[in-house]
Design a protein around this ligand. Structure first.
Ligand code: S5P
Length: 494
């Protein structure tokens, strides 16, 4: 049905044509409702999967015509499609309009020419960028930046759908003029008008859009290495300045808490009863950004434990971090995360994960999130003596994090391998006046963790829980850690 509908329409009447096209796209299942994790980690109730149009040639032609008609300028020497969805659209535009095309890869291949951009071009040629959807604008910007590095003149871009989450304004600030065929609000109103969705779905999408506009462009400049040197090195940057390097909602929230509350202390609340845990959380709450738990060491865990912890997290503005150290295959960790006695996914903002099982462990956990805003911290190096976390393992954990930025918030580690400002480095094994615990734990001071090892957040357990006055101890660790952080960024330009 979609095919016939489209064949009968013309693009002479843009509004009617757009409407018809949206209905056809909806018919073939491009517009999906449910719970989806976006590239940034944001949880969205709607997903627009334009990849499906490759199975509907006429519809692909219509989409391409509408996008060409919407282009912001004229006299383009080139069009550039971005893999994957932008590619077939750009191909159709290129052949129909007789404008040569470039292909922008998602990443360089490891063999052959290793080029990121395929096709012939000369400096100063004017190129129109073609993408399917815009959220924050980061993907479009990344592609434009690549073409600009090749001296091409890229100021214009066209997308089919603008999700209205700040991307247009973000790109404008980067001197990129982007137009869309349709906005999320327009699309929802077309679908509602034609009975494709009900009012509740319509309203929930609009409510999501209006409350998720605060995005920023994660630029290559901010996150990448040039000649092996980190352009914006995590260790020289303030927590405030790192907020805009990521769109992961929890990384942003944690940076905000750290900057506003002036604390980079995480207490490892390794106590064994609910009463002790709740009392400790309430007392140290004003001094911490995170409360780390080992929920399975409690002798009297119940829903009440969680209700109280959540109330305290809201009262004192800290996040909950369950140190579960997931380390099994995806399907097992999905069950461990969502089920059992602890139902960790329901209450813990962050969890720790071993990189050992490979990507599947992350995919398994993400499959259990179900629309919640959650993140994980990869344990890339342990503080205990004789730990088997080799250099190569640490490197591979960094790569894993880069491939899963929608879920990975940072690393538990003893050294600073990654300068990427998007990732937070959490360092345990911190204690004043002790070097070990007789069971393999090795300690350094907060200053050393932050200034020598590059920690962003220190994790302190017994140094606080076993102190005669835990609140006084928490204050002391907090002050020493935050002072060291301020000293580290003193000469920062960011
Ligand atoms: O390498 C590590 C990783 C972690 S998460 N070394 C650690 O000690 N931890 C955890 O940090 C450990 O499970 C404990 O909860 C806390 C350190 O506690 P402390 O009493 O030795 O400060």
């Amino acid at each position: 049905m979609a095919e016939t509908q489209v064949q009968q329409m013309g693009v002479g009447d843009p509004t009617g044509a757009i409407q018809q096209c949206i209905l056809s796209l909806h018919n073939i299942g491009v517009v999906k409702f449910g719970r989806f994790t976006l590239k940034s980690g944001m949880q969205s109730p709607v997903y627009f999967d334009l990849r499906l149009i490759v199975s509907y040639p006429k519809l692909m032609e219509t989409v391409s015509e509408l996008m060409w008609a919407a282009r912001p300028g004229t006299d383009y020497d080139l069009v550039c499609g971005v893999a994957y969805t932008g590619l077939p659209i750009a191909t159709v535009i290129s052949t129909k309009q007789n404008v040569p095309m470039l292909i922008r890869r998602k990443e360089t291949k490891g063999y052959g020419t290793k080029k990121l951009v395929e096709g012939s071009y000369q400096g100063n040629q004017k190129c129109l960028m073609i993408e399917d959807v815009i959220v924050s604008g980061s993907s479009v910007y990344e592609s434009v930046e690549t073409l600009r590095d090749l001296k091409l003149d890229v100021k214009d871009a066209v997308v089919f759908l603008d999700r209205e989450q700040g991307g247009t304004a973000n790109l404008k600030a980067m001197d990129i003029n982007i137009v869309s065929v349709v906005t999320m609000t327009e699309m929802m109103s077309i679908l509602l008008k034609h009975g494709c969705i009900d009012q509740v779905t319509h309203d929930s999408v609009l409510e999501f859009v209006s409350s998720h506009r605060d995005t920023s462009i994660v630029t290559k400049e901010k996150t990448s290495c040039k000649n092996g040197i980190q352009v914006m090195d995590r260790k020289n940057c303030s927590f405030e300045s790192r907020i805009t390097t990521t769109n992961h909602p929890l990384t942003r929230k944690l940076f905000e808490i750290m900057a506003n509350k002036k604390t980079n202390l995480c207490v490892a609340a390794d106590v064994t009863t609910t009463e002790e845990l709740v009392s400790l959380a309430d007392k140290v709450g004003p001094h911490i950004c995170l409360l780390k738990t080992h929920i399975d060491i409690l002798t009297n865990f119940s829903q009440d434990t969680i209700d109280k912890l959540r109330d305290l997290a809201a009262k004192h503005n800290f996040l909950l971090f369950e140190d579960r150290k997931f380390g099994d295959i995806g399907s097992t960790v999905a069950n461990q995360y969502s089920g059992g006695a602890y139902k960790i996914v329901e209450w813990a903002d962050l969890v720790t994960v071993h990189g050992l099982p490979g990507d599947g462990v992350i995919k398994g956990l993400v499959s259990a999130i179900n629309g919640r805003t959650r993140g994980c911290v990869l344990v890339s190096q342990m503080s205990s003596s004789g730990a088997l976390t080799s250099e190569e393992y640490v490197e591979n954990c960094s790569k894993m994090a880069e491939n899963h930025t929608y879920f990975v918030v940072g690393f538990v580690s003893q050294s600073s391998k990654s300068g990427d400002p998007r990732f937070i480095l959490f360092t345990p094994g911190v204690r004043l006046g002790k070097t070990g615990d007789g069971l393999g734990q090795q300690y350094v001071t907060p200053r050393s963790a932050i200034l020598e090892r590059g920690a962003d957040i220190i994790i302190v357990g017994r140094g606080i829980t076993q102190a005669s006055d835990p609140v006084a101890a928490a204050k002391e660790y907090r002050e020493e850690a935050f002072d060291a952080y301020q000293e580290r960024i003193k000469h920062s330009t960011h």
